[in-house]
Design a protein around this ligand. Structure first.
Ligand code: SF4
Length: 419
């Protein structure tokens, strides 16, 4: 009877890809998927350590699965918590059998371990949805004041374009979502002095119906990259802006400000009126003043982005910001977060309602659910579509309604019926 496994994934899409690759190695080694964590011989938790809330969720999940697992089952913790806290975590969680950082062997029972492997370049099972994330690099060379990721994911390591294209072909999906910590810097670490993101986007776009990019650092949004994204047919821009106040951006050790971001977004909209925009912002970074907050409110109001995520600043050991003065009180941080979220929810709902009556091109992700170029999987709204449309197929539909972040769409009336 083959051993069975259960892999629980927390955190970001990059962790999801890591889990899929881990599953690929376990299956290649003869293990089979368990029906649930309570029937598995091997339970693996792929953790997230980005901010305090994520760490707490990781610990809670490990403890819950430790209680749920069957007698004699092995519990392995991997992912960012394992990489960042290693032995400390193992000491704090005696119920865990193995704390395995990236590429560290996940055990296959008391006597056997998988050989050392490089998660980044491992093969993946075929996709189960019409879209898939493809992780094109690991690590990051930047030093944003609030971020600990470079300290445990290391410097940027880009994959070869050949290995990425082989994975795209093997996944066999209609849409590929390219991801990395610092996507637009792809290839810069490969000694060619120049980024390779544009040729990569073009190469992937020639293989699949849609290529989408997440996590674009704004200073790397060059004209050639904007051209490549627009001509791929998916004018979707996920810009990691984080704030807009110039003095605060300097304290964050990040490039840019609201004026430059606004000019870039305006230039893209002039070139592609149907372009869609997403961004993330940190609220309550040490030193954030009322003026800084007002500047962000004004930017959000003026930029009219389709989607925004707002996150409370989380103090991270070992980061530049950890020892900065000007700590923002949690109550004030919560008030600012709430104000921004309410403002953006209204903007998103309004932009969605403006699409009523428009003709859209939809990829059906599952029965009754689809997405246009405006919606990334899992993080943006959806389009509800007629149930009979086949999963994995594209359809031209008409938007009939909107509800907050979501749209409803139907097949266009046959020409004759419109009289
Ligand atoms: S770009 Fe900045 S925020 Fe993103 S992973 Fe790198 S250091 Fe962290």
């Amino acid at each position: 009877m083959p051993r069975s496994y259960w892999v629980e994934t927390l955190g970001c899409p990059k962790n999801q890809v890591d889990s899929e690759k881990l599953v690929g190695t376990l299956v290649a080694d003869g293990l089979v998927a368990a029906a649930g964590p309570d029937t598995a011989d091997l339970v693996v938790v792929n953790t997230c350590a980005f901010i305090e809330d994520a760490r707490q969720e990781s610990i809670d999940t490990v403890l819950a699965l430790s209680d749920a697992r069957q007698r004699g089952a092995e519990l392995v913790v991997t992912g960012c918590m394992a990489e960042r806290y290693g032995d400390e975590l193992a000491a704090a969680l005696p119920e865990v059998d193995n704390v395995a950082g990236f590429g560290v062997p996940v055990s296959l029972g008391p006597t056997r371990k998988l050989p050392e492997f490089d998660l980044l370049n491992l093969p993946r099972p075929a996709a189960t949805a019409p879209w898939a994330y493809v992780k094109v690099a690991e690590g990051c060379d930047r030093a944003c004041g609030f971020c600990a990721i470079p300290s445990f994911r290391g410097p940027q390591r880009s994959r070869s374009v050949e290995s990425i294209l082989a994975e795209v072909d093997q996944l066999g999906t209609r849409e590929i979502v390219l991801i990395a910590q610092d996507l637009a810097a792809f290839g810069r670490d490969q000694g060619q002095g120049e980024r390779q993101i544009v040729p990569l986007v073009n190469a992937v776009a020639s293989r699949v119906d849609r290529v989408r990019l997440l996590y674009l650092y704004p200073s790397d949004l060059t004209d050639p990259l904007i051209d490549a994204i627009c001509s791929s047919g998916v004018p979707y821009f996920d810009l990691s802006l984080q704030h807009v106040s110039r003095p605060l951006m300097r304290r964050m050790r990040r490039w840019g400000d609201g004026e430059r971001f606004g000019d870039r977004i305006g230039a893209i909209r002039a070139r592609e009126p149907d372009a869609a925009f997403r961004s993330n912002f940190i609220v309550g970074y040490p030193g954030e003043t009322e003026d800084d907050h007002d500047a962000l409110l004004r930017f959000v109001e003026e930029a009219q982005l389709d989607w925004c995520g707002f996150f409370s600043y989380s103090r991270e050991d070992g980061t530049y910001a950890a020892d900065l003065d000007g700590v923002v009180a949690p109550q004030l941080m919560a008030e600012r977060l709430d104000e921004l979220t309410q403002l953006q929810d209204a903007i998103t709902a309004h932009r969605r309602s403006e699409l009523i009556g428009r003709t859209i091109e939809v990829l059906v992700d599952e029965p009754g659910v689809g997405r246009t170029h405006r919606e990334a999987p899992e993080i943006d709204g959806i389009v509800t579509v007629p149930e009979h449309l086949a999963t994995g197929s594209f359809h031209t539909l008409v938007v009939t309604d909107s509800l907050g972040p979501d749209l409803a769409a139907a097949l266009p009336e046959p020409a004759g019926l419109l009289g």
